[in-house]
Design a protein around this ligand. Sequence first.
Ligand SMILES: [Zn+2]
Ligand SMILES: [Zn+2]
Length: 265
Amino acid sequence: MTNKGTGLGVSFDYHAHSTYSDGGDITAMARQAADAGLDGIGFADHCNVTDPELSSHEVYSLHETYEARREEIRAAGECVDIRLFDAVELDFDPEAIGRLERFLEDAGFDFALGSVHHVEGRNVMHPPSTGQLSDAERTQLVDAYFEVVVTLIESELFEVVSHLDVPTRNPYLRGLPEREQYERVASALSRSRTVPEINLGRVLTPDAALHPDPAFLDVFDEAGTTFVVGTDAHSPGQVTARLDAAAGVLEDLPVDIVDGPAPFL
Ligand SMILES: [Zn+2]
Ligand SMILES: [Zn+2]
């Protein structure tokens, strides 16, 4: 599963952030991806079109800036010899599927990542929003999170579903996801066009974690799930550093990973 002998294990990164949310300069990110030996990188900036507070925040405002970003991606494409994708990491809201669908149709991105960061008004990645919860409430929040992920997959709105078990980034929720919840997700994926992501956002942390947790990847292997890989890089250096850190790991994972352009491209 190597590419061009670089040993990266993948040739496309489907999830990177630019200055149009909380990431790095588009041309610098593209150059870094090209230098790393990738054949393509997708700019999937944060976007929220359903929560009034978040949608007006500059980090989540790609709905207002995607046309300018599109032009910048096009210009950056003249500086590198790899494919650059005009993508989005869109917050999913199960109560607003129609609005999300209209936005995606209007914007016409190359592909869309669907993400669940907030459940029941709480940021599931953010320790302060969950630290005061009882054990029962934490368990319930994690279950509600997986329910929303299943609804995201069943909505058929997205080419990719990001970081399937992102509550494990939160020390208060880590260890709570259960096999049965991963099985529900794998079952939904087996009936959907949506492709899940191996997310490298935490690969350089001390526990070298991946999303989804490799301890549950056998569930996806049994379901025949194929993954794409996203660095979730927020700076040019993170593209290379995370791919380097993951290189040997990705090859040993017991699931299929798309090495090259995914079917939706
Ligand atoms: Zn995310
Ligand atoms: Zn991201």
